[in-house]
Structures are given as C-alpha cells and as structure tokens.
Ligand binder design. Sequence first.
Ligand SMILES: [Zn+2]
Length: 383
Amino acid sequence: MNYVWKKKGSFRTDIADNVGLTEASVSRIVSELRSEGVLSEKRQPAEYPGGPSAILTLSKNRYLGALEVSSNRVHAGVATLAGDRVFSERFDLKDGASAEAVSQVIGTAVAALADCAERSRLQLHLVGVSVPGYDPRRAANPIVMLNPSETLERLDASFPGVPVEIANSIVARAINQRLTLGTAGVSDDYLYVFAGHGVAAALVSEFWGNGEVTTCEIGHMVMDPKGPQCRCGHFGCLEAYLSTSAIAPRLKIDEVELLALGDAWPQRVPISEKTGADLNARLSRLGMAIGNALNLVRTRRVFLGGWPANLGEAGRASILAGIDSCLLGGAGSVVLNFVQSELGSEPAAALSLATFGYLKRGAQPAQEEENVLAQAGTESMNP
Ligand SMILES: [Zn+2]
C-alpha cells in the first residue's frame, strides 16, 4: 500500500517487481484489500502493448482528518485516502499564544472537523495531528503551548474510537516531502532538513521502503558556546543564527511579516550585498551542522527545504563549504537536494501523516465502525 501511495497508482506487475513479492501474493493481498475497500482498481491500459490493463489506487471512499499546527495558525482538513481534499479551514493563532488561547483555537478546529464529518456524513478512519516542538518524552512544548492529552481527549469526544497519530511537524513534513520523491532510489536513507520559524531535521529510513522517520535536534546543535542566546536557554545553537527571529532584524523586517511571506522571502525582500554576505555566513553554519550530523550516520543524501532553498547558487556554495569543513572526507560525496515547499498547501503534511499512520496500522477500520457492525449483527439476531 505504501508503494501504491508513493507511486500515486500502480499496476500489479509493477508492485510485484518492486516490493519483493510474487505476482500470486500480490494478487491475493490486492483482492483482500479491494474487498475491504482500501484499494480500488480501474481500467487504464499500460503504455506498452500487452501490458497490464488495470491500475490500483488507494480508495476514494475512505476519509482521514488532519490538524496541522504551525507557529501562527492551525489548519484543519479532511481528505480521501487517495489524497483528494474535501475540506480545509484555517484558524489564526498568535505566535507565543498562551495555553488557554491555544486550547481555544484547537477546540474550534476540532469542532470544524466534526462539523464537516457530520455535514457530509463521513466516517474518519484516522486523524493526523502535527505540532511543532512536540516530543512525547517532554511534558512541556517549548514552541507551542499545546496540551497533547487535552487535544486527544477532544478528538476522542468528537470522533469516538478513531485512532489519532500525533507527531512533531518535522515528521509530518518529512513524510509529505517523501511523497514527492516518487519511488526512485527507495533503498537509500537520507537526512531531511527544514529551516523556517526554527530549524529541524529527521532521518528517513528507506529500508524496504518503510519510510520510518526519526527526528534529530539539529536546531539546538551548539555551533559556538559564546554565540547569541537561543530560545532554549543555551548559547550559539544553530537556531540562534537561522530562525526567522534571528534573521528578521538583519533584513530590517518584522518577523510576523517575514513568516507571512513564506519560504520564498529571499525572492521578495530586497537583500543588500552586506546582508547577503551575512546570510551566506549563516548558511555556512547550517552546512557545518549538516556535516556534523552526517558524521554520525552512513547516508550522504540530504534534502533541504525552507528558505535556504531559495538563496540560489551562492547559498548552495555556502552550505556545501560548511559541510566540507566538518564532514570527514569532505562534501565531495554529499548529494545536496533543495526542496521547494508549497505555501498554502496546509494541512497537506498532517494529511500525509494521517495516511502514513493509517497504512502503517494495516488500514484497519475505525473502532466505531466495528462497534456499529457488531451492534447491527446483534440486532438482526434478536429481532
Ligand atoms: Zn537552542
């Protein structure tokens, strides 16, 4: 299913060739998933004569919900398992909002989801929640004052028995980004880095295309203990050089304004020669952090998203110089790919997180549906 998802539709023979199963096994699994309504198959001849005549896609009759929290807004959305969006709405959230204010916005967003499900009579099969700064091991979130257990209780009250997948934003971003890579080079792990309001990174495992994402705290890698203070309390963290709050004053622009421009701000904000040199020095620090991170793992593939992807060749050269100065053996073996993220596509990442979580659970029907079926069975036995 993961393969069909990444490929956005696939022929049976293609699945057998790429996931290490015989055609007979693929046929058996496909017919099970079709009868469960998770996969659908429609006629679409292959592009070569004598090829397969039907393509498999994920179902358009299963629905997933999403809540995507960012530093200054919350997006709620619903899409089919096949990825067609049926609902999305945006709710403003003040940067640095109090716990009460965050709780209120989350309540409104959950109510909007519930309203959409009721209005369109949709059964959600899973809700994905992506939250910046979320870490299940930490009681308090340093970025958004969101209470995870309260959020889970709220979702459970509106969607009883529907599983919820809650994860750090970088996990959701990495899963969403992975979709755009298609199925080429599925056996290679890579490091995914995103620079925006903060700086975050994750290692994506492609062992048999499983796509497991492990977060790493690259933003709080200390680059210089005598450097500027970071919001975490330490000095000289990577974020203290690269976050939007560190950069906005250099560009003589308000941070809120900078955030509103999205990752494409380097194309919209005038950058003087002096500021350009300052930004490139910061990007070189980003390269150093990436180089140090690569010293710990085997992969040499890096995907970098966020504003650094929009600073062109000079920016790339600065990042590679930074990597080169820290990575054993230099940057020669590193493949650095810039990734464009689309502003306004929210909650695409949380919806991808939901799809990933749903497929990981074996595309099981939600508990409530099972209960309803069980009750219907009891009723018919006792008329
Ligand atoms: Zn820090």
